[in-house]
Write a protein that binds this ligand. Structure first.
Ligand code: CS2
Length: 493
C-alpha cells in the first residue's frame, strides 16, 4: 500500500514538488477558518502558507467543517497536509500546503470550536461557507430570522449550527472574558461581503444581548474582500494522478488554475499576516474590484452554467468550444456588464476580460456546468440582476442577462431538453419546482411564476416591463427551440 502524505513522509516527495518552507511545529495558531473546503485550501490557505514560509508568524489555521466530517477524515491522518495542483495546458504544478493545523467538525464538537474562537491567540476568523451559509435573504441582504438554523442557534447558543451562530457565540465569549475581538473576514462571493456579514452578525447579536451587539458595532471591523480562483471539485481521476506524482497517497488534493487574486480591505483589529508580500492587494475600498469580478466572471459563469447545461455541455471548457457561446459571453461582458463598472485603480478592463475568456477555456479544469449551476437563487442577484437593474434604470437594454435568467428558469423546471431529470441543487429547489409545475410550459406563465420568488427578484424587477418581456421572449425560444438555438440567435444580434 502506498504510504500516506503526512509530516513524516514529506521528505520522500519528489524534488519538483514544492512543500512548506517553514517548521510547521514552530508556528502557532492565529486563524480559525469556518467552512473548510476546496476553495479555502486553494486560496487563503496558500497565501498564508507563503507568508509563513517568508517570515514565520503565528498564523496557522484551525479549519472548521460546519457540516460534514469528510475533510477532517481526509486531512487528519495527513497532519493537515494536502496537495494543490495548478492545471493548465502544461503538466500540473504541484505544491504541498502546510497552513492547516487541525480540522474540527462543528456538529461533533461545538465546544471545541467555540473554545478556538474564544482563544486569545485567535486573531482572524475567515469564512467560506458559500452564499447560502449566511442565512440571509439574497435580494435584501437581511438575516432570515425564520431560517431553521438561525432559529436553532438563537435557542441553543452553546451548540450553534450556522456560521453566524458561531461568530456571535465566539465574540460573546470574548466579550464576557474581556478579551479583544478577532477580525471576521468573509471570503465568499456576496455583494459587499464584509458589510453584509456585519449586518447579519449585528442582527443576530442584538437578539442575544444588546450590550454584545453594541460592543461588536464599536470594536469589530468587517473588512470586505474580493476572492478569485477557479476550483472545480476533485475527482477520483485527479486523486490517482496526484498520488502517482507524489509517490504517496493524498486523500483529498485540490485542483485549481494558475490564476489567483485576493483583494482585501485593510481593517484588522488584531493584526494580520503580510498577505500583500505574497500577492494579495490591500486596499481601502473593495467595491470596484468586487463588481468587476462578480459581474464579469461569476455573471458569465452562471450564464454558461444554465445555458451550457441545457445545451448538453458538461463542462465550461466544452461550452467555450462552441463559438456562439464565446460570442454570447464576450458580448455580455463588453456590451452589458462593462458599461456598469467603475474600473478599479490601475486595472486594465480589456485585459481582464480577455484573460477571463482564456481562463474559462482552460482545458485542465473540467469545471462542471452543474457545479456552477448550484444555488442559483443565492447567486443571481449579485451576479446578474444588479447589473440588469442598473442598465434598465439608465434606459439601456439587458437582453443577454434576460437570456441567462431565462436559462435559469428553464433549468429549475428540473427537466432537460431530452426529457431527462435535472438534479437541481438549491435551498429553494422544491419551491421552484412546485411553481414551475403549476405554471406549465407557457413562457409567460412560467416566467411570472418564478419572478414571484422575492428572495431572488425583489419587488422591482418583475414589474419592469422591458425586462419581463425580454425574459419571456428568451424563455419562449428556450422552450421551443432549445438552448443552442437561443444562444445562436442572441449571438447574431
Ligand atoms: C463559480 C465560482 O461555482 C460557482 O458559482 O462561479 O465558484 C467561481 O469559480 C469562483 O468565484 C472563481 O473565483
Amino acid at each position: 500500500m502506498t504510504a500516506r502524505l503526512c509530516n513524516d513522509t514529506l521528505d520522500r516527495l519528489p524534488a519538483d514538488i514544492a512543500r512548506p518552507g517553514y517548521d510547521r511545529d514552530r508556528v502557532g495558531m492565529g486563524i480559525v477558518h469556518l467552512g473548510i473546503g476546496a476553495f479555502q485550501r486553494a486560496h487563503q490557505a496558500v497565501y498564508t502558507d507563503m507568508v509563513m514560509a517568508d517570515e514565520g508568524g503565528d498564523w496557522a489555521v484551525s479549519g472548521v467543517s460546519l457540516r460534514r466530517p469528510d475533510t477532517r477524515d481526509a486531512l487528519a491522518p495527513q497532519d493537515g497536509l494536502y496537495t494543490l495542483a495548478e492545471r493548465s495546458n502544461e503538466p500540473d504544478r504541484l505544491r504541498v500546503v502546510g497552513a492547516i493545523r487541525e480540522v474540527l467538525v462543528a456538529p461533533e464538537e461545538p465546544d471545541a470550536v467555540l473554545d478556538r474562537l474564544a482563544a486569545t491567540e485567535t486573531r482572524i476568523v475567515t469564512l467560506t461557507v458559500t452564499e447560502k451559509g449566511y442565512c440571509h435573504d439574497p435580494a435584501t441582504g437581511e438575516l432570515m430570522l425564520d431560517d431553521p438554523g438561525i432559529r436553532h442557534d438563537l435557542a441553543n447558543p452553546d451548540r450553534p449550527r450556522t456560521a453566524i451562530g458561531y461568530l456571535v457565540g465566539g465574540l460573546q465569549r470574548r466579550w464576557l472574558a474581556a478579551l479583544p475581538p478577532f477580525t471576521p473576514l468573509t471570503c465568499d462571493n456576496l455583494p459587499a461581503n464584509g458589510r453584509t456579514l456585519a449586518g447579519l452578525v449585528l442582527a443576530f447579536a442584538e437578539r442575544v444581548d444588546p450590550g454584545l451587539a453594541a460592543w461588536i458595532e464599536r470594536e469589530v471591523p468587517f473588512p470586505s474582500t474580493m476572492v478569485d480562483r477557479i476550483v472545480p471539485a476533485t475527482t477520483d481521476a485527479d486523486r490517482s494522478a496526484i498520488d502517482a506524482r507524489l509517490g504517496l497517497a493524498d486523500a483529498w488534493p485540490v485542483m485549481t488554475e494558475p490564476f489567483t487574486q485576493w483583494v482585501i480591505e485593510d481593517r484588522f483589529v488584531a493584526g494580520r499576516p503580510s498577505w500583500e508580500q505574497v500577492g494579495a492587494e490591500l486596499v481601502d475600498d473593495v467595491a470596484p474590484y468586487e463588481h468587476m469580478k462578480l459581474r464579469l466572471l461569476n455573471g458569465s459563469h452562471s450564464t454558461m452554467a444554465y445555458l451550457g447545461y441545457l445545451a448538453g455541455y458538461e463542462t465550461i471548457e466544452e461550452t467555450m468550444a462552441d463559438p456562439a457561446f464565446v460570442k454570447l459571453v464576450g458580448d455580455l461582458m463588453d456590451r452589458e456588464v462593462a458599461p456598469t463598472l467603475q474600473v478599479p485603480p490601475g486595472a486594465d478592463l480589456a485585459g481582464y476580460k480577455a484573460a477571463l475568456l482564456k481562463r474559462f477555456a482552460n482545458p485542465g479544469l473540467k469545471h462542471r456546468t452543474w457545479q456552477i449551476a448550484m444555488d442559483g437563487t443565492q447567486k443571481l442577484p449579485q451576479r446578474l440582476l444588479d447589473t440588469a437593474r442598473e442598465r434598465l434604470a439608465a434606459g439601456k437594454s439587458a437582453g443577454r442577462i434576460a437570456l441567462a435568467v431565462a436559462g435559469w428558469m428553464r433549468y429549475v423546471t428540473g427537466i432537460d431538453e431530452a426529457g431527462r431529470p435535472i438534479e437541481v441543487s438549491d435551498p429553494l429547489a422544491a419551491e421552484l419546482r412546485r411553481l414551475a409545475d403549476q405554471a406549465g410550459r407557457n413562457p409567460a406563465a412560467l416566467a411570472d411564476a418564478l419572478f414571484s420568488v422575492k428572495a431572488v427578484f425583489g419587488d422591482d424587477l418583475p414589474h419592469n416591463a422591458i425586462f419581463r418581456t425580454a425574459v419571456i421572449s428568451a424563455l419562449g425560444t428556450l422552450l421551443h427551440n432549445g438552448a443552442r438555438a437561443a444562444v445562436a440567435a442572441q449571438a447574431r444580434v
